[in-house]
Every structure is written in C-alpha cells, then in structure tokens.
Design a protein around this ligand. Structure first.
Ligand code: KPL
Length: 298
C-alpha cells in the first residue's frame, strides 16, 4: 500500500481516486474545503475511501508527497503545479493527466533529478454528477508514458502499482510525444463536435459528422508531421472512432463544460493546431472554425 495524493476532484480525478483506493491510501487535495466525502457510481454508488486535505493544509504539514496524480483542466495545470511542486519528496512520482497540449519542457526543468514525471492518457468516460460525485460512463484504454529519465527508470514499477490491475485496460506507451499527440487527436475529433451538438460520443460515428472529423484530423496530422511526430491520418481516425465506441454513452468533458457554461479547453485542443499551423504555414480552417464556435459559447 502506498500513499497517493490526487489533485483535481473532477470526473477523472475521482475515477482514479475510486480505483486506487482499493489498494492505496488516498488523499484528495481539494480547494473546496467544504467537501469531505466523495462518491463514485459504477454499478452502485459508494463512498470513496479517501482523506481530504486543502492545499493550504498540505503546505502547513511537513509531510512530503511521494505519489501525486494531477488531474486538472489544461488551463489550471500551471497553477496546480505551482501548488504541488514544493510539496513533493525528492524521489516523487508526479503523474499528470489532462486534455490538450501543454509545454512540458518547462515543467521537467523545474523537477529535481530523481523526481519522475509521467503523462497519462485515458479514455475512461466519467461524468461529474455534482461537486463531490462522479459516475463511470465508459471503459476506454489508459496509457502511461514517461516524460523524463527518472520516470523511464521507474515506469514498470509505477505501472504495476497503480495501473495494471487497478485501472484496466491500461498499458505502458514508450513514445511520450506520440502518446500525447494521439490523445490530442482523439480530443480534436470528439470534444468540440460533441459540445457543439450536445450529443454523446457514440453519436459522432454517424456519417453526417464524418467529413468534419476528417478535415479536423487531416489538419492535425499535417501539423504533427511538421513537428516530426509520426501520426498517420489512418491511425488518428482509428483511435478517435475506437474511443467514440468505447465511450459511446459518455458526454465529453467539453460537452459538459459548454452545457454548464464553464470555460472549455478548446484553446489547448483546436487552438494548439491553429497556432502550430501558423508557425508551419499550414492552413487549418476546420480547427479555426471549431475554435471560434466553441469560444463563442464561453
Ligand atoms: O477525453 C475525453 C473527454 O471527454 O475529455 C474523452 C476521451 C473524449 C472521453 O469523453
């Protein structure tokens, strides 16, 4: 049994907390001081076996964190890492999971030499039912990738402790850049369209969405190629359609954000492709149109 801290009590944070609590000692780091009990619904609803600590309380104790999952929105990542980095032990595992693309080079430079950074790409569907309650809504694959040398050295150990049996089906991915781009491609294909039409992921398999999905991913793959990323269009399409099937009843995080009038992650998803398109002189009209449509809904 290890001690695991989870920062970010959204749908994915609570999914991880629920799964890992079966074998580990979980603390949810929360900004919402009032929340003391977290619920998770799979077939039945259960109370997640976890302590809750505010960020301020965590800073006031002398205890260092050995394993920290950060599951926040892309636009909250910088603040979350500022909060958590001073709390980490010198050999900590920092495991981040978010949508969209973030510059991890700056983050890896902030880490001490034996602190390990991992990225998790998960297509586990989950819905937040209320502030403290999430519900499983799909069983997509989860991939763990190492972002620095310390993580490469320990990845098998981390995979066995937290993923292999507790978060199935899960796998180690050996190419972190490809892993991050594959995740980005899935989110480009699913999130904005499902948000625009307020449909569950599975409905995007209908032929009427096919040409938009093709244009979005065609642009993303062209840009990826200029960044030396091996992301063939056929693979991107296959992954996207596979996730639509595995999470068919799930409303994507962006569909939920738009419905509830919350800020979305569109800037780190289609916005990232538009920015890189400008850099490489590649036209990205489909991603640009999505960026504008979703931004107008904020
Ligand atoms: O990452 C997701 C999200 O909703 O943000 C997917 C995998 C598309 C699941 O809905």
């Amino acid at each position: 049994m290890s001690k695991v801290h989870i920062l970010g009590a959204g749908a994915i944070g609570l999914t991880f907390a629920h799964a890992l609590s079966k074998q580990h000692d979980i603390t949810i780091l929360s900004r919402n001081q009032k929340c003391r009990e977290w619920l998770y619904t799979e077939q039945q609803t259960s109370v997640i076996k976890a302590k809750t600590l505010s960020i301020a309380q965590a800073h006031s104790t002398n205890e260092k964190i050995d394993n920290c999952f950060v599951c926040v929105k892309s636009y909250q990542l910088t603040q979350a890492l500022t909060d958590v980095l001073p709390l980490l032990s010198d050999t900590a595992n920092l495991i981040i999971s978010h949508n969209g693309m973030q510059d991890l080079t700056k983050l890896t430079k902030q880490l001490k030499v034996h602190q390990a950074l991992y990225f998790v790409s998960t297509a586990k569907g989950a819905l937040k039912l209320s502030d403290h309650h999430a519900k499983a809504s799909g069983l997509g694959d989860t991939f763990l990738g190492a972002c620095n040398l310390s993580a490469k050295a320990k990845i098998e150990q981390v995979y066995q402790a937290f993923f292999a049996t507790l978060l199935p089906p899960s796998f180690i991915h050996n190419d972190i850049n490809q892993l991050r781009w594959q995740k980005l491609a899935v989110n480009i294909a699913i999130n904005p369209l499902s948000a625009m039409h307020q449909v569950p992921n599975g409905q995007l398999r209908q032929p009427r969405y096919a040409s938009t999905i093709l244009s979005l991913l065609n642009e993303a793959c062209a840009v990826a190629k200029c960044e030396d990323i091996d992301l063939p269009l056929s693979n991107a399409l296959q992954s996207a359609y596979q996730v639509m099937t595995r999470t068919q009843n799930n409303f994507s995080s962006m569909a939920q954000d738009v419905k509830l009038g919350r800020k979305t992650e569109i800037d780190a998803i289609c916005g990232y492709i538009v920015e890189l398109g400008k850099k490489h002189h590649i036209a990205t009209p489909a991603n640009m149109a999505m960026l504008q449509t979703i931004r107008d809904k904020h």
